[in-house]
Design a protein around this ligand. Sequence first.
Ligand SMILES: [Zn+2]
Length: 238
Amino acid sequence: MSLGLCHLHPECFEFPAYVTEQRENAVCLDRSFFYPGGGGQLPDRGVLRWATGQAEVIDIKSIDGKVWHVLNREDLPTHKVVGIVDKSFRLMMCQLHTDLHILNAIVFKHFRGALVTGVQMAEDGTARVDFDLPQVASADLRVLESEVNSVIEAGLPVRELFMPLDVALAEPGLIRSRSVAPPPQADGGVRIIEIEGLDRQACGGTHLTSTSDSAFIRILKIENKGQRNRRVRIRLDA
Ligand SMILES: [Zn+2]
């Protein structure tokens, strides 16, 4: 995925833009600070306002390189709009996403390089992550909850950096998805998310800047999905 304005300006939740294309109940904008979804993270929600109306952004779809903002009405804006990103939804996704990095770093460390085979965040403040862990008992994963929460409490800085693909591929654990390496940027650089002193991994999502900006997590459930997969479900603690 290529980096968008949501990565370059994660603090921007309201922006002016122009409609460049319409179809059915969706519009393209000349610029957008909405996260379009991907890597298990849901697309941003929010609102578009224009001179004579407003609509909720209920989904975002990337089709043929264009980012379509799907609206909850069919009479669409044609000209200037103001986009408003739902800040609390984005921050919930940033918490879940950062916490999954922490969990996955701890699993990687304890279970000798166990890889992630799938991840999905949900709008209810839960998320699931699948690990390739054929020999591990559920109880051995459940105990990691307190270790994750210790990292959250420690307030470790989280930052992004870029490195060439060949360098990224040479560092064990950096590209942790079993089959899919995230595509590099146009300049060949791979985006890496670093949690200081804990973890570095390639990722295209949005994250917190400190682990202590997250609520603590609960491990809700551990399921066996096939012979090799262990699925861990987490929830942000209220
Ligand atoms: Zn990430």
